[in-house]
Design a protein around this ligand. Structure first.
Ligand SMILES: [Zn+2]
Length: 423
């Protein structure tokens, strides 16, 4: 049990750091770490590293090894700060990504000015997830300011490339053992699920191409060829009219947010066929068409079943018309992940939300994947969840923002949870 007076002092310490915390987040928002291509990463890592170092943390910069995206023009670098307690374990690792998606259209204010207005911070990354990074950093610092002696230790990493898969970011830190079940006990990723929600995991992804193989012929005599585009049209139609409705009835028992994403789904991501657009066209029957599909599956589905379902749909179409030839090619597979229900990290955050926010926490699952997949698969660590400020709905949107009250209470919640886990 945490001592009430200790928790009270900790909450006051974070509240007193409100202005500083807002300044830190706006400073990060002003660094345009746009990915792709991965701009200003070194500058942002340095700003975070300098701050952690000023606070007495031991700071290490880690360059990803052997990653092709780590180039001279767009160097990748991750930064880790360590706050050692009496013992190395238990070790809590807080991780946030500092890359942001391009601003896109529709902004009514400068996405990189770090504007504070009406109790909110505005800008690209204000929600996803520079507020989360700031909240995590101040949670650790305020534990120190309160003078609490920790039994275990805390690490904070700020990493790159989450928005493009995280291979040079968290995946790299997991591969080098910086995050590993051999030394790390708990991981919290302050992605913007909101201050009352604990995200225990995410749905699975099966990305694949289907190639339709036709036979080329002169466009004036199409009967002599076989149109791969016609065959692809039949396939896309079958996905739309048969598979999609079936998937939409398959609902997860775990509460996915937003609720519209609670079912299994499939999306046609891209389609191409025939001669490349933009070139001079010659009259030909298309002998090749390719479509890329994005199938999101539930924890209740197995990858084997998901693939078999696609294969059956393809076989049925081939059986209907013996001239049809399709090939399925896998692109990317991410299994669903979830922290165990009785995980200490879930319990600590739930208790902290109750204490700080005065509400029962909502346990949710994310429709999209994030860096938890690397922590689960590469580091082999199941006690990993996401908890952080910012409205999920504003991630990647124009006029992205985060409420300052949510930022401060999320920092308080993270600090109290950290105290329960390693205090
Ligand atoms: Zn994010």
């Amino acid at each position: 049990m945490l001592r009430e007076d200790t928790v009270d002092r900790l909450l006051v310490e974070v509240e007193q750091a409100r202005e500083e915390l807002v300044d830190f987040v706006t400073e990060l928002v002003r660094i345009p770490t746009v990915n792709p291509p991965g701009e200003a990463y070194q500058e942002c890592a340095q700003v975070i590293g300098d701050r952690l170092s000023d606070w007495g943390m031991e700071v290490e910069y880690v360059e990803p090894v052997g990653r092709p995206e780590n180039t001279v023009a767009y160097p990748r670098v991750n930064v880790i700060g360590r706050s050692a307690g009496e013992e190395a374990r238990p070790l809590l690792h807080l991780n946030g990504h500092f890359d942001v998606v391009p601003p896109g259209e529709g902004w009514t204010l400068d996405p990189f000015e770090g504007i504070v207005r009406n109790g909110r911070i505005y800008g690209r990354g204000a929600s996803d997830m520079k507020s989360g990074l700031g909240a995590a950093a101040f949670a650790v610092e305020c534990l120190r300011r309160t003078g609490i002696k920790l039994r275990g230790s805390i690490e904070l990493s700020a990493t790159v490339d989450e928005e493009s898969g995280g291979m040079a970011g968290v995946a790299s830190l997991c591969s080098t053992g910086h995050i590993s079940s051999a030394r790390t006990d708990y991981v919290i990723i302050p992605e913007p699920f909101g201050p009352d929600r604990i995200c225990v995991g995410h749905k699975g992804v099966y990305w694949f191409d289907i190639v339709a193989q036709g036979r080329v012929a002169h466009g004036s005599m199409p009967h002599l060829g076989r149109s791969a585009i016609d065959d692809m049209a039949a396939l896309v139609d079958s996905v739309r009219t048969q598979l999609k409705p079936r998937l939409s009835l398959r609902e997860s028992k775990v509460p996915v947010v937003p609720p519209e994403s609670a079912t299994a789904s499939i999306n046609v991501n891209a389609i191409s066929g025939g001669q490349p657009e933009g070139l001079v066209q010659t009259p030909c029957v298309a002998d090749l068409a390719v479509a890329t599909f994005d199938r999101r599956f539930l924890a209740e589905e197995t990858l084997g079943d998901v693939r078999a379902e696609v294969a059956e749909l393809v076989s049925a179409l081939e059986a209907e018309d013996p001239g049809r030839r399709y090939t399925i090619k896998d692109r990317l597979i991410v299994e669903p992940v979830s922290a165990p229900d009785d995980s200490p990290v879930v319990r600590a955050l739930a208790n902290a939300i109750q204490r700080v926010r005065g509400r029962s926490p909502e346990l949710v699952v994310s429709p999209g994947t994030y860096d938890q997949k690397h922590v689960a698969r590469i580091a082999g660590l199941e006690h990993c969840v996401a908890y952080g400020p910012g409205p999920l709905e504003e991630a990647h949107q124009a006029d992205e923002s985060c409420a300052i009250d949510d930022l401060v209470t999320a920092a308080q919640t993270l600090a109290v949870a950290a105290l329960e886990l390693v205090g």
